[in-house]
Design a protein around this ligand. Structure first.
Ligand code: SF4
Length: 112
């Protein structure tokens, strides 16, 4: 893929075979940035993450979330909050280099 392609064109949103929990109950995954460190939201975040860990498309969802910082500024995606996603992006850049998104598209490198 060419470097001029937008990130979202390189890693499309995965299509689940059946409705995922975040589609049927989006409110449970709706976590504001400020809530990430709010003890009042801790249980909800823990629940959302636990649900993601059982999701059949979790790894594809994480790859998509990592490549879409603008669309994942809030919420829990693939058991990962926005600040955790930002940390993973920094690590991937450092581990895989500036073309880390292209490496992710090949599926040869684990996203975590
Ligand atoms: S892993 Fe992704 S698709 Fe699956 S429930 Fe979590 S946010 Fe939704």
């Amino acid at each position: 893929m060419g470097p001029t392609l937008e990130l979202h064109q390189r890693i499309p949103l995965p299509t689940p075979a059946t409705l995922t929990a975040c589609h049927s109950n989006p409110k449970a995954f709706d976590v504001d940035r400020g809530e990430v460190t709010d003890p009042a939201a801790a249980d909800r975040i823990r629940q959302a993450k636990a649900t993601c860990r059982t999701c059949p498309i979790a790894e594809a969802c994480l790859r998509w979330a990592l490549a879409h910082p603008d669309q994942t500024r809030i919420g829990v995606w693939a058991a990962t909050t926005a600040p955790e996603c930002a940390t993973l992006r920094r690590r991937l850049k450092s581990r895989l280099g500036p073309d880390w998104v292209d490496v992710l598209t090949t599926g040869t490198a684990p996203p975590r």
